[in-house]
Write a new protein. Structure first.
Length: 224
């Protein structure tokens, strides 16, 4: 009689070993790093030239990647552009403005502090190349619903951040009771984007500072 061979649990040929698991984790980290490099390269090209003029060859050259690496992560240029909006632009808005805004315990002080920090860090770049969100709104939203939806999500997120703090401060008596928090938040976000757009048009830091100064004056007038 032939007895079946007993193979102890975990000893099958196809059972993953600790080494193979480590390799898989290493491969995942490498893939994530590759994807991030592609996103950052695409962001730079799009910010400099616009989405339609940004070429995949220039993106690959900037990222030092092959077409195979690109198409492994993104099926086409449009998908890459959408990912830049979803994963890079909102994170940039958070890093350059809202991380400072949240460091203060009220809307007015938070806005003034974030405006100062953001202006110090990004003024030259914003005047030269503009706001990447605003640039894409003007270029792509009229012709591509996918861009429009994704860009509006960023604007809506920023408006909601402002609106929420305005409502809290109204309840505390810090903000005037006669203002509408949602409309005010929307107007301030529009003002922020507009200041950058006007300055970019004439490549003028002076115009940028004049516009930001007026916006800051408006925000200060919200104080109760």
């Amino acid at each position: 009689m032939v007895f079946p061979m007993h193979i102890p649990t975990g000893m099958h040929d196809n059972a993953p070993t600790q080494g193979s698991r480590r390799l898989t984790e290493a491969q995942k980290k490498s893939a994530d790093a590759t994807r991030e490099k592609l996103l950052q390269a695409a962001y730079e090209e799009i910010h400099l030239h616009g989405f339609q003029a940004a070429s995949l060859s220039a993106i690959l050259k900037r990222a030092q990647m092959t077409k195979g690496a690109l198409y492994h992560h993104f099926p086409n240029k449009l998908a890459l552009g959408y990912a830049v909006v979803e994963e890079v632009l909102q994170e940039e808005f958070e890093r350059d403005f809202f991380q400072y805004f949240r460091q203060k315990d009220n809307f007015i002080d938070g806005f003034l502090y974030a405006a100062e920090k953001g202006r110090d860090a990004r003024q030259a770049d914003l005047v030269q190349r503009g706001c990447p969100v605003n640039n894409l709104i003007h270029e792509m939203s009229p012709i591509d619903p996918g861009f429009s939806t994704r860009l509006d999500a960023i604007i809506s997120w920023a408006v909601e951040m402002f609106e929420s703090q305005l409502r809290i401060d109204q309840q505390k008596g810090l903000i005037r009771a006669d203002i509408d928090p949602h409309c005010t938040a929307l107007f301030i976000v529009a003002g922020m984007k507009g200041c950058v757009g006007l300055a970019k048009n004439v490549q003028s830091a002076e115009r940028f500072n004049q516009c930001v100064f007026a916006l800051i004056q408006y925000v200060q007038m919200l104080r109760a």
